[in-house]
Structures are given as structure tokens and as C-alpha cells.
Write a new protein. Structure first.
Length: 241
């Protein structure tokens, strides 16, 4: 066989490389691959914002903000509760003051009526044992069927003796076609304390009476009895309707 010429077999000529150079080359390639991988991961972490220290810092900041806001909310709730309590106190106080003003206004009107009546009695002050009924007022109460009454009794004279007796109140009403008569107190001798009289100059008698629902009060009559007498010493009526 001809080993030379065109028909000669091909021969590859390669440079001989020592084995340790091959390992060094492979190690370099491996290090390059690892470095590229680490750089890629680090870059990705930086880009995505997932750095652990920053996450922990952000979590700490959010926790502190949450605690602060919770404290502010608790403080606001406390202030709201205090404000609501103060509002309720002020509302109750306002209601009490309004009631007091109304009560004092009524008392003032009553005192003015009493004063006017006393002034009208001055010319007759010289008459001994003169009993007069200064004011008789009857008006519906807040509860249906209830009425409030106020009576002022006065005794004239320079040095009158104590007047002892009792008051009887007679209420006349109509319930449909039926006439109703209510006497207070129910016994003629007037043993109930609120109807007893014991005064030298004047005495007020106040109270409440009830009438049947649907009944219409027509008149209220006040009878003043002195102890030991069967007939009234003084009688006065007032028309209601």
C-alpha cells in the first residue's frame, strides 16, 4: 500500500497537553460557570428587592407603625368614650335644669297668686276668724284620668287662733249619660293626713285625684270643715268643663 500521495490516509496532528493542564482548564471553566450563576442569582435578588436585611428592616418598621397606630386608636376610643360620657352628663344636667326651671316657674306663679290674694285680704284683716279660700286650681296631670288640685286657705284677724279641721273635695263628672260623684277623702271625718287642717294664718293643700277613664270632669268643689261642726264653714266650686 502506498502511504504517500493523494491516496495516502489522513493523519491528524494534535499538540500534546499535559493532564494537569486539562484539570486546570476544567477547574477554570467550572469556576467561571459558578461565578456566572452566583452573579445571576445576586443580580436577580437585587432586582427583585428580596434582600433579607431590607426585608427585616421593613418588617420592623411596619411592626412599629402598627403598634403606634394601635396606641393612637386606643387613645381616640378613650377620648370618644369620655366625650360620650360627658355628653350624657350634660344632657342629664340640661334635663334636670329644665325641670328645675319649670318647677321654679310654677312655684313663682303660685307665689304671685298667693301674694295677690293676700293683698286682697288686707282691708279685711281686722275681722277675727275670717276663713277664706284664696286659690283653687285644678288641672289635668300627665297621666290620663288624673288631675292635680291646689288649694290655699287663709285665716284673717290680728291674732287668730289655730284653725283645726279638714278639707273635703267633691268631684262631679259625666261618663256618657251617667253622672259620677267622687268625694275625697271617702270618709266624712277626714282622718287622712293630706286633708287635715291645722294653721294660724294660711295652709296649702295639694294632691291628685283619679277619675274613671273616659269620664269628663265637670266641677270640683272644696268644702272646709272645722272640728266639731257638721256643716262646712266654707265652700267653693270651680268649673272644669
Amino acid at each position: 500500500m502506498n502511504r504517500f500521495g493523494v491516496n495516502a490516509p489522513r493523519v491528524a496532528v494534535r499538540a500534546h497537553m499535559p493532564w494537569y493542564m486539562r484539570w486546570i482548564l476544567l477547574g477554570g471553566v467550572a469556576l467561571a460557570v459558578l461565578g456566572a450563576s452566583w452573579a445571576t442569582y445576586h443580580f436577580g435578588s437585587e432586582f427583585a428587592g428580596f434582600r433579607k436585611s431590607e426585608i427585616e428592616g421593613e418588617m420592623k418598621r411596619l411592626n412599629e407603625l402598627t403598634v403606634k397606630q394601635a396606641a393612637e386608636i386606643a387613645d381616640i376610643r378613650t377620648k370618644l368614650a369620655a366625650a360620650e360620657s360627658q355628653r350624657q352628663i350634660e344632657s342629664v344636667t340640661y334635663g334636670d335644669l329644665a325641670k328645675q326651671v319649670k318647677m321654679l316657674s310654677n312655684e313663682n306663679a303660685t307665689l304671685k297668686d298667693d301674694l295677690a290674694f293676700f293683698q286682697s285680704l288686707l282691708p279685711a284683716a281686722g275681722h277675727d276668724d275670717a276663713i277664706a279660700l284664696g286659690r283653687l286650681k285644678v288641672e289635668p296631670d300627665a297621666v290620663p284620668g288624673e288631675f292635680k288640685y291646689r288649694v290655699l286657705l287663709v285665716q284673717g284677724g290680728q291674732r287668730p287662733a289655730d284653725f283645726l279641721g279638714h278639707v273635703q273635695i267633691v268631684v262631679s263628672a259625666l261618663q256618657g249619660a251617667e253622672k259620677i260623684v267622687l268625694a275625697l277623702p271617702p270618709v266624712a271625718d277626714g282622718k287622712m293626713r293630706e286633708y287635715q287642717l291645722n294653721f294660724k294664718s294660711f295652709q296649702r293643700v295639694e294632691g291628685v285625684f283619679k277619675i274613671a277613664p273616659g269620664a269628663v270632669v265637670k266641677t270640683v268643689q272644696v268644702r272646709v270643715y272645722q272640728n266639731g261642726a257638721s256643716a262646712p264653714k266654707l265652700t267653693k266650686s270651680v268649673n272644669i268643663s
